[in-house]
Design a protein around this ligand. Structure first.
Ligand code: NAD
Length: 502
């Protein structure tokens, strides 16, 4: 491991939210740190702010007083770029504008030595574009920290077109030496997290636009069945609809309007209306005094049938047969092959999302959504298909309630809620891996640490099977042709669905 040495300073340019956080990380890791900001007095204020944060760490017992004193000694504000001469690493965190960043690095290169590693914390600009202004672009990398930098472990180490592998290694090892969990990625729109996460928001917004279910229900299903910590509606209300939409738009623009990344009209209307989320008192949901907490649709208790017949292979839902048996339902074995189905004699035929008939023969069918773990999940979505009678639906509701699950009933749209989201995440992740954006392992790490996913898309793919995810996307693609749901070649290969995929 060859991290940046402690002899020479690490410098941070732009001492706002991110610059202060990154400075604190480098300081606590033992480096001398210099701060520079273009706004007069701002770097001095940042020294005070970082010092105050170190004081809080001492109060909380997370830093020894002597270490705090030594760190404060190592922290200096400078008044101009020339004060950064002699730095071993400069991390830039100025405003998100390519022209400003390019000019800054062109000026910086006149000040620092040729062996100084240069890094940008940009979250949406191309590293390659910023590097274009440099005399020596090989020593330039993206070092994308997440906010708040001292607390969040993930750092995306981004290699632009000209980045020297040794520079990326040095940045990677330095982030690791700072106690972070770095992942490597190529210079792609949104890097890993902001690229792969798009469908988590977009699929939910589309379901809402299609009137498949209400926002609170979609959130509850993604939490209760998908294991996500927050649903997309409540999460974007927290992030700010304007901020979330801007990321979506920048990725979509950078991909030349690829339909896989199309923004949501419904979200755009929210932004136009000034309903930006918690910060404006109203987003998808209302906030403030007297605002009622959004309530998901939850079915009243129904009686569970005493017996079922399980046919074929239930795939990712295979655990259900044993769970029903344990819950006291008589489970008979039906036909051994073909599409998995739970038949309630005289009642419903239950199919996992992405499977079962979607034509006239769907009469009497009820679809149930994917749960990432049917054992521990707390809620399952059901959809009556093909004019199913209420009695069949009640039997299906009763079965899942018997297993201790809350049940939400939604419209029978392809891919339901969790299945559609997870299939899209898997597809984007496999596609990104195939295009050399990052390893699947790094993608999984980034999604777990960057956006708190309960598991990474690669891990989900192993659990649910590429063939099943492919089936979900094919259903969606048939219903919404236009490219958004066209399965990637990488997914088809993984599912053994192409000549070279066996
Ligand atoms: N805020 C986040 O959640 C977040 C997360 C990851 C990455 N980023 C990225 O980090 C960068 C900074 O974001 P922020 O939220 O800390 O911004 P901020 O507005 O809090 O701080 C930016 C600072 O840069 C200074 N500045 C502007 N132009 C300058 C110049 N030419 N030279 C020196 N200083 C200059 C400003 O005076 C300001 O103090 C952006 O590129 C942003 O995309 C932000």
């Amino acid at each position: 491991m060859a991290a940046v040495a402690h002899r020479r300073p690490v410098s941070v340019v732009g001492t706002g939210t991110m610059g202060q956080g990154i400075a604190q990380v480098a300081l606590v890791a033992g480096h001398p740190v210099r701060l520079y900001d273009a706004a007069p007095g701002r770097s001095g204020e940042a020294v005070s702010a970082v010092t105050a944060r170190l004081d809080r760490m001492v109060e909380k017992g997370r830093l020894e007083r002597a270490e705090r004193d030594a760190a404060v000694e190592r922290l200096t504000a400078v008044d101009d770029l020339a004060g950064l001469a002699g730095s071993a690493l400069v991390v830039e965190a100025v405003l998100e504008d390519a022209a400003v960043k390019r000019q800054l690095f062109a000026d910086l290169e006149k000040v620092v030595a040729d062996d100084c590693l240069l890094a940008t914390n940009t979250s949406s600009l191309a590293v390659t574009e910023i590097a274009g202004a440099l005399r020596m672009p090989g020593r330039f990398v993206g070092l994308h920290f997440f906010n708040p930098a001292p607390l969040l472990p993930l750092v995306e180490v981004v290699s632009g077109y000209a980045t020297d592998p040794a520079a990326a290694d040095l940045a990677y090892d330095t982030a690791r030496a700072w106690g972070k969990t770095p992942v490597r990625c190529s210079d792609t729109p949104g890097f890993i997290v902001n690229r792969i996460a798009r469908p988590f928001y977009a699929e939910a917004f589309r379901l809402h636009e299609e009137r498949a279910a209400g926002a609170a229900t979609i959130d509850a299903v993604l939490r209760g069945s998908g294991g996500f910590r927050m649903g997309p509606f409540e999460l974007t209300d927290l992030i700010g609809q304007d901020v979330n939409e801007a990321v979506t738009r920048s990725v979509w623009d950078a991909f030349f309007h690829d339909p896989k990344f199309t923004p949501s009209l419904a979200q755009h209307r929210l932004v136009q209306a000034g309903r930006l989320g918690r910060k404006s008192g109203h987003g998808w949901f209302p906030y403030g005094d007297g605002a009622a907490a959004p309530e998901p649709g939850t079915r009243a208790p129904c009686e569970a049938p005493r017996e079922v017949v399980v046919h074929g292979d239930l795939g990712p839902a295979a655990a259900l047969a044993g769970m029903l048996r344990e819950a006291g339902v008589e489970v008979h074995a039906g036909r051994g092959d073909g599409v998995g189905e739970i038949e309630v004699p005289g009642g419903a035929r239950l199919f996992l999302a992405g499977t079962g008939p979607r034509d006239g023969s769907a009469a009497g069918a009820v679809r149930f959504d994917l749960a990432l773990d049917y054992g521990s999940c707390t809620r399952v979505a059901l959809a009556p298909a093909g004019g199913n009678g209420e009695s069949g639906l009640r039997a299906a509701v009763g079965l899942f309630q018997l297993l201790g699950k809350e049940v939400s009933v939604i419209a029978d749209v392809p891919g339901m809620v969790v299945a559609r989201t997870v299939a899209m995440l898997i597809d984007l992740a496999l596609d990104a891996e195939a295009r050399g954006v990052a390893s699947l392992q790094d993608i999984d790490t980034a999604m777990r640490l960057g956006v708190n996913y309960p598991a990474g898309p690669g891990e989900w793919c192993t659990r649910v099977g590429a063939g099943w995810a492919l089936g979900v996307l094919r259903e969606l693609h048939e219903e919404h042709p236009g490219g958004r749901y066209a399965p990637s070649r990488a997914l088809r290969v993984r599912a053994g669905d192409t000549e070279d995929g066996s």
